[in-house]
Design a protein around this ligand. Structure first.
Ligand code: PMM
Length: 269
């Protein structure tokens, strides 16, 4: 059964009104609600990893997320930490996280792979082509599927060389990271080549522009976030069909429902 990773953002916006304590409390409550909806894993992040977003100092990132990691781990949740910083990864694992989700695949912080190797946490290596203020500045490919698979292979080799065994490595093609919406769809159509490499595969399409572009291409107008979450649930089913290990989504309930219907269709339990 495809696992569902629910997104818990401990965002800067929420600090302006309620203050730090209120933000921690609301992130914890959100994580609990996502577990109630059926999330298998909670992905907690304190720095927006959207291309072009402002960087956040590791100390600030840690003060945002560590109380949230601790509280949700104490509930018994499986926690993933969405960070590009080795010190944040190490402190989050010490606070109870079991997975380090690095959208840079270990490229943003030279200490990341060694820091994870020294723990027993899993690592998600996402395909990434550098910090870029311009979202599509690095989106230049001759053979996008071959290049994404090849560049991820290099990150896997680096993780292995740092001492992380294959069974602790997950790969992610990084939809929207150095890729236009159309290029994301090309990667989707080459997903079997990424799966053939044998590592677990995670994908994140949730609420991304590629969904609105797909809808527009068929003359369908998305009315708002509910429509985006419905579109995301469709990609979750297709990803499950393709054989991915997990999907990273904001609306866990919609994806769980969609996966339950798929499982019934396939006669799976
Ligand atoms: N996308 C975002 C953030 N983190 N992590 C992984 N592994 N894969 C993704 O596709 C991914 C990610 C950006 O989305 P958000 O800002 O809506 O969380």
């Amino acid at each position: 059964m495809t696992l569902v990773m629910g997104v818990v953002n401990v965002t800067p916006d929420s600090f302006s009104d309620g203050g730090r304590y209120a933000s921690h409390e609301s992130a914890i409550a959100h994580g609990r609600a996502l577990r109630h909806d059926g999330a298998d894993v909670l992905d907690i992040g304190g720095e927006s990893t959207r291309p072009g977003a402002q960087r956040v100092a590791p100390e600030e990132e840690q003060s945002r997320i560590l109380p949230v990691v601790e509280a949700l781990a104490a509930d018994g949740a499986t926690i993933s930490v969405d960070t590009m910083n080795a010190s944040t990864a190490a402190s989050a694992v010490a606070a109870g996280a079991r997975i380090v989700n690095d959208v840079s695949g270990g490229l943003a912080d030279a200490d990341m792979l060694a820091a994870v190797a020294g723990t027993d946490a899993d690592i998600v290596l996402q395909h990434w082509r550098g910090h870029s203020a311009d979202m599509y500045g690095t989106a230049v490919y001759d053979d996008i599927v071959g290049e994404v698979v090849g560049e991820l292979g290099e990150r896997v080799a680096a993780a292995r060389a740092a001492g992380i065994p294959d069974h602790r490595i997950v790969v992610d093609p990084g939809f929207g990271f150095g890729k236009t919406p159309e290029q994301n769809w090309q990667v989707v159509r080459g997903l079997d080549r990424l799966l053939a490499d044998g590592h677990r595969v995670l994908i994140g399409t949730s609420r991304k522009r590629m969904l609105a572009v797909a809808a527009a291409g068929a003359g369908v107008e998305l009315a708002g976030q509910d429509d985006l979450d419905l579109a995301t649930a469709v990609t979750s089913v297709l990803a499950a069909q393709a054989g991915v290990w997990a999907v990273r989504v904001h609306d866990v309930a919609a994806t769980r429902l969609a996966l339950a219907v798929r499982a019934a269709w396939e006669g799976e339990r």
